[in-house]
Design a protein around this ligand. Sequence first.
Ligand code: AHM
Ligand code: MG
Length: 337
Amino acid sequence: MQKSKVVTIQRHIVEQERLHPNATGDFTCLLWDLTIAAKTISREVNKAGLADILGITGENNIHGDVVKKLDVYANEKIYKSMNHGGHLCIMASEENEDIIPIPDEFPKGKYVLLFDPLDGSSNIDANVCVGTIFSIYRRKTTGKESTIEDCLRKGTDQVAAGYIIYGSSTMMVYTTGQGVHGFTLDPSIGEFLLSHENIRIPSKGKIYSINEGNANTWDEGTKKYIAYLKENDPSTERPYSLRYIGSLVSDFHRNLLYGGIFLYPVDYKDPKKPKAKLRLLYEAAPLAFIVEQAGGKASTGKERILNIQATELHQKVPLVIGSKEDVLTYEKFFSQK
Ligand code: AHM
Ligand code: MG
């Protein structure tokens, strides 16, 4: 006899919305549209090695990265799935320099969608997991047209956030502020089924994830913290193991389930021009919302990620995210540098 009930993502979203007495169903439809885009992207990612879709377009995106065809595909798929439902007033994507308005012919809604269509896509030719990250806000401006102000937000204002990981199976993980829930796509029936209810990140892990090739560019606090993790002290479960895929969603997802810490600190190669890599609005803030809902923590080293007010669409921030105790220990090292 099967013990657990089968819950589709659709049913789960509806049940979550019922917890809000004034809900109109709009939000449920929005998330539902996103799952359709996710399924289509999953299908394309899975057959990437077969089709001519694999490879580069030859263009560079606004960050100077080489754009892969699947990035373009995922970006268009999300845009086209989300632009006509009447739930959104504006969108922004890692792949577009400016805000993405809803075309005039379609109804406008009260939500804002920020997304990274295919994060980690530089790995895709090697069959490494990639992911889509999304963040949803309520509209803030009241004028006829939604503006960039609706996108430049503080992470604490998010009403939902999540990611889809295209891995050995495709999973969607999301939060609406009532815990973090994971769904695995059953390709035989084309449905995301609840597989990880109320995910909690262990308060301390044994894994650290950082690009160690950049060690010479780190600040002193980060250098000392990573050296500390490598010291031998079984009573504190050190040395930690290094696991770095170089695909944020994959590194984050593993640490969310097993515990651990992911770091992408500022690069001080040119001390006059310190550089962060990851983007606040559609990478750091949504994952920070998820990790906090799972009992973890996300920080720049000195500031809670969710407290940062965005001032630019593609703003970059240092990101230290994962198990609460690990991030707290990092913050201690960082403050003593
Ligand atoms: P992308 O949005 O262009 O894919 O870049 C973000 C990716 C993250 O997935 C990953 O954590 C990071 O870049 C890896 O960077 P690096 O190769 O410098 O270690
Ligand atoms: Mg990205």
